[in-house]
Each structure stands twice: as structure tokens, then as C-alpha cells.
Design a protein around this ligand. Sequence first.
Ligand SMILES: C[S@@+](CC[C@H](N)C(=O)[O-])C[C@H]1O[C@@H](n2cnc3c(N)ncnc32)[C@H](O)[C@@H]1O
Length: 242
Amino acid sequence: MVRLHDIRTRLIGCIVLLLLSCTQTEASKIPNIQFLQGRPLPTAPISTAKQYRFTEDMFAMRNRIFWQALSSFKDRPDIHYLEVGVYEGRALLWVLEHIFTHPTSTLTGIDLFASGDGEFKPKEVYANPKDFKQRYFQNINSSGQKQRITTHVGYSQDILKTLQHNSYDIIYIDGCHTLTCARADSLLAWSLLKKDGLLMIDDYSERDFPDVHTAAQELFQKHQHSMKVLHTGWVLVLQKTQ
Ligand SMILES: C[S@@+](CC[C@H](N)C(=O)[O-])C[C@H]1O[C@@H](n2cnc3c(N)ncnc32)[C@H](O)[C@@H]1O
């Protein structure tokens, strides 16, 4: 009788431990979620009428996911967008033309306009940052909407600290890719996001950008109870739920 009781107690203990360890592993990693899978959605190119100047298109494979994540914000008033790492302005101008079209919506860009510490250098353009800074500002002028766009030049890790908490609806991080930067950018950005707002983290790839991936996992571990994972892909999309 005593032995049976012992066995039962041990068995229950083991089950509880097993359940606890499962819950912890599940809860501490970003679950794999693909939203709107398979649904054909329109993707729109950037205007050719505006005479924008770009040397390369880092946004091409993203406009579909941007459309999926952001189409519910299209044409709405008082939507505030923040982008970390604007480069020549391709993503920022795409969302300006296709999503944040309302005259009361604003766009804020941050860039060092130089390759950050440990930043990958895809082309020689990074060797001459003055060129892409100039191109960015020319493109902003060409948009005809520069009154709605604010640009901060400097390290995002410093500038994000100066911005107002809970004031952005969408934040897109595509800046420095080292662990220190990615960690700071994502944590600071989270505090700037409004409730129901979206945080989009570019280059979320364990294989190609392990530091960006690690920083995103850490953000999830810290804030998982106030976030919903909407999409895991090259761009990770998280929603702030409280
Ligand atoms: C991949 S590019 C951004 C591409 C851009 N989102 C687009 O749509 O074309 C990365 C940008 O991050 C900027 N950057 C790198 N480190 C930074 C830092 N610490 N603070 C601010 N910007 C940084 C670089 O100057 C570069 O323009």
C-alpha cells in the first residue's frame, strides 16, 4: 500500500516536471507562425513618376509581407510610422505611397548614413555613405510629402531613447545587425510602440543573421505576455497587446 502511494506520488511529480519543462521551452521561443498564408494579395511597386533615385532594391522581397501586415492601416488618419535604417528611403517611400497616405499620418526615419559597427556591406555604396544620405534626402523631396517626414541622423541606439513612449503604430527595424545594436533597437522600439501597434524586425533569420534572431528571441522572452506573434519570416511581425 505504502509502495503504491510512493509510486503514484513520484509519477505525479514526474508528470508535473515534464509539463513544466514543456511549457517553459514552448513559452520562451518565438512560435513559427505564417499569417495570411497562400492568400493572393496585391503588391504594388514604388511610383516611377516621382523620379526617385535608388542604387539597389533592398525592399523588393518585402513588399508582399508589408502589404499583408499593413494593409489594414491603409489611408487611416493619425497613424505614426518609425523606421530604423532607412538607407535610400525605399521602404519608407513605399509605405508613404501605399499605406500611410493620410495627411495626418507621419513617418519618422533614423539612419547613421554610414555602415554601423559590424554592419554588412553589400555593395560599394556603403563605402561612400555621403552619396546615399544625399539620395535619401533627394528622394524625400521628390515624394512631395516631406512635411510629413522627420529624419534623425545618428545612431538609432541613441535616438530611440529620445523619442516618446507609446507613440508609434508601426516600427520597422532594419538598421545595425550586431547583437548589441539589435538588442538595444528592439527593446527601445518596443517601449515606443502603442498598444495594438506592430513591430517589424527585418532579417529575422537564425542562419543568416543569428544576432538579429537572438535579439528578437530575447525580446519575446521579456515581453511575451504583452505580445502576439503575427508572422515569422524574413520579416518578423509582432503586435503589442497591452
Ligand atoms: C539594410 S539598410 C536599410 C534598408 C532600407 N530599410 C530600405 O528599405 O532600403 C541598413 C541601414 O541601417 C543604417 N545603420 C546601420 N547601423 C546603424 C545604427 N547603429 N544606427 C542607425 N542606422 C544604422 C545603415 O546606414 C543603412 O542605411
